[in-house]
Write a protein that binds this ligand. Structure first.
Ligand code: FEO
Ligand code: CA
Ligand code: CA
Ligand code: CA
Length: 672
């Protein structure tokens, strides 16, 4: 049983000031300690990280660019125990890489050396890693039998309606049932049955598509590849981000070329369909280091962030809420076919529980109406608008799910300002979605720009001075959704904009619409996680608009409910937009809690169930350091966490992404 919760006042800490210091700043009375950085050994016998670009073996080390993270409690005897606050497995994403710091002189030009490519592929993926508390500090247990590294090359099953689909046939899997690797793992989710969900986000750029490949494909196939960012023409290839396909003829490099290179009719002798193996919510059982890993195709294929569950109710379906992080993309909901059974909270076979809930159900996309209502529109062949779409001919439901963006286009879903994380309020059950920003939002759009709508109403964001008005919603906002009747399977909802990011000095009438003060102002909300202990909504930023004044940050919020504010009208002259907005925050309901080191992004947060230990990830500090500066450490834009005494290199160290443990010095809960 849990001890009774203390009767502390939440958000009673003194707000942290915005700053550009190359360190972690937390409120007085709190301590931040680095516990797990890029390259740290995860297994016994692995050498200490030298952090000079000569380290190898990242399949046995922490990867790079720490992102989403979840806490899975372990009992003293090493069995699953969600209530234990002293011993846990952390499931952690490594989204991408900072190549300049992974190699002694930075990355080599094309063709990429195989040894460098192996390091980069291995530095991606996910870790399951045990942490144990001794003398009030959590530390990585390198000889834990639970530790596991999943990389860009690990074998993974395709599960759900797309399994066996013709669009997943590859040389590696002629039966279209498996692929390799999980890539660009960004947000996370935790299932009610105790597994990790990891969202594959910007995977499209990892694949090379050859010039002229368009002529070898059907018009339909070219539509799909273009919609997911891989166009090829008679004169231009789609280049890959890191050039891994150039590292040699071995199959593990050739697979990154998603072009027609073989002669088969079905793709079983090449990797033309390889790109279709990425872009899913992937499920990992953290409690079994040899368990099968599954891509849950029923939840759709797009640039996935977090996966947030509705509060489980016995006898009712579960809903999983998700965002697609790109400009003008959509918000989705998956509703399970199976109703929740409380006994599944501690199943004998966690992946079988995943099969039960995540392989069968319906995928919906959100339409936000101007009056504060909204609808969930089904994406399947059963919806005639999808089946009869003239922009792309869907072959079957697997195709609809693999090309959920096209199905959502077909039904006219609401184009949003980059849906990042989402989270479910532990008391109200309302779902909060961060819209991180959209520099292409306009009153009068041209080209790829989109017009303001009720749920994305801001067209201006950063009025630096009287002469400089920045167009677009570059500071982002947070939309929240209340299901009709509180039902996970509801076909409709109400919504409002809970909070607008802004600089406190910006125009109150058009930009600082939530009336943020200097203790509250932020830009580009990204990570969003509700504490299950305190109910605090933790908001993390990944910003490019406010970084002249402050490094990225994390804020603590105590939000109200949908509809607790007013209706606001933005009158742009020719166009006016009316939006339901949340009650404006006060000192007692929104406060800055943490500011990170230089050029970082704060992303990923989990906590011990007693709410007294929080883990936060700091991603890519100093990532704007050019390769040309590597010979002169004084030119690095960050030296964190070496400059705080963590790892090799000290005050001139190469920067590293890292997990930080936060505790309150009086032993209280985080955020009190
Ligand atoms: Fe990986 Fe959309 O942030
Ligand atoms: Ca993110
Ligand atoms: Ca970033
Ligand atoms: Ca982001």
């Amino acid at each position: 049983a849990q001890p009774p919760k203390p009767t502390e006042t939440l958000l009673s800490f003194a707000a942290v000031n915005k700053n550009l210091n190359d360190t972690i700043t937390v409120p007085a009375g709190y301590t931040a300690t680095v516990v797990f950085a890029t390259g740290d050994a995860m297994f016994a016998g692995v050498s200490a990280y030298k952090n000079d670009g000569t380290d190898t073996g990242f399949d046995k080390r922490a990867g790079d660019c720490h992102d989403g993270m979840e806490y899975f409690g372990l009992s003293a005897t090493g069995t699953p125990d969600a209530s234990n606050s002293d011993r846990a497995l952390l499931g952690m994403n490594f989204e991408y890489i900072t190549p300049q710091f992974l190699h002694a002189k930075g990355p080599s030009a094309l063709p990429r050396p195989a040894a460098e490519t192996d390091i980069e592929v291995d530095a991606h993926g996910v870790a399951i890693v045990e942490f144990r508390k001794t003398a009030s500090k959590f530390a990585c247990v390198t000889d834990s039998p639970f530790n596991r590294r999943i990389t860009g090359l690990t074998e993974i099953e395709i599960s759900g309606p797309a399994r066996g689909n013709a669009l997943l046939v590859t040389k590696f899997s002629p039966s279209a049932t498996k692929t390799r690797g999980t890539l660009n793992n960004c947000g996370t989710g935790k299932t009610p049955w105790g597994t990790l969900l990891t969202g594959e986000e910007n995977w499209t750029g990892y694949f090379f598509r050859a010039m002229g490949d368009n002529a070898k494909r059907s018009a339909n196939a070219n539509v799909a590849l273009a919609r997911y960012g891989r166009s090829a023409s008679a004169t231009a290839a789609a280049a890959s981000r890191y050039g891994w396909e150039t590292a040699g003829s071995a199959d593990k490099y050739a697979r990154w070329n998603t072009s027609v290179t073989g002669v088969s009719a079905d793709g079983s002798d090449d990797y033309r369909h390889e790109i279709n193996g990425q872009g899913y919510i992937t499920e990992i059982d953290p409690y079994n280091a040899t368990s099968v890993i599954k891509k849950r195709s029923a939840l759709g294929r797009f640039a996935h962030e977090a996966a947030a569950f509705s509060k489980p109710v016995a006898g009712k379906p579960l809903a999983v809420y998700m965002g697609d992080d790109a400009q003008n993309e959509y918000v989705y909901k998956f509703v399970t076919s199976a109703n929740w059974a409380a006994a599944d909270a501690t199943p004998a076979d966690r992946i079988a529980a995943g099969d039960k809930y995540l392989d069968s159900g319906k995928l919906f996309v959100a339409k936000f109406n101007a009056d504060g209502t909204g609808t969930w529109v089904e994406l399947s062949m059963a919806n005639p608008t999808v089946a009869g779409y003239t922009g792309y001919a869907f072959a079957n439901d697997g195709d609809v799910l693999m090309h959920a963006r096209l199905a959502a286009d077909a039904v006219g879903a609401t184009k949003m300002d980059r849906p990042e994380w989402c989270g479910t309020h532990p008391v109200t059950g309302e779902v909060y979605f961060t819209m991180t920003n959209n520099s292409n939002r306009r009153v009068a759009p041209t080209g790829s720009q989109t017009q303001v709508n009720a749920a994305n109403p801001r067209a201006y964001s950063d009025i630096k001075d009287a002469s400089t008005t920045q167009q677009g919603n570059v500071n982002g906002h947070i939309v929240r959704v209340k299901e009709t009747g509180g039902e996970s399977g509801a076909a409709s909802f109400s919504w409002d904009v809970y909070l607008f990011g802004a600089e406190s000095t910006a125009s109150p009438g058009f930009v600082n619409l939530s009336g943020l003060t200097a203790d509250q102002d932020f830009s580009s909300p990204d990570g969003l996680v509700f504490s299950q202990s305190t109910g605090i909504c933790w908001i993390q930023t990944d910003d490019g608009a406010f970084t002249d004044a402050t490094n990225c940050m994390m804020l603590a919020a105590l939000p109200g409910t949908v509809g607790d504010g007013a209706v606001q009208t933005l009158n742009y002259g020719t166009v006016s937009v009316t939006t339901p907005v949340g009650k404006k925050p006060t000192d007692a309901t929104l406060k800055r809690f943490l500011v990170g080191p230089n050029n970082n992004e704060i992303t990923g947060m989990c906590e011990s169930p007693d709410g007294k230990v929080m883990f936060v990830n700091v991603q890519h500090p100093g990532d704007d350091t050019p390769v040309s500066a590597l010979a002169d450490p004084s030119k690095f834009t960050s030296h964190w966490p070496g400059n705080s005494g963590y790892g090799a290199g000290g005050a001139t160290a190469r920067p590293r992404s890292a997990t930080v443990m936060i505790t309150k010095n009086d032993g209280g809960r985080i955020g009190s």
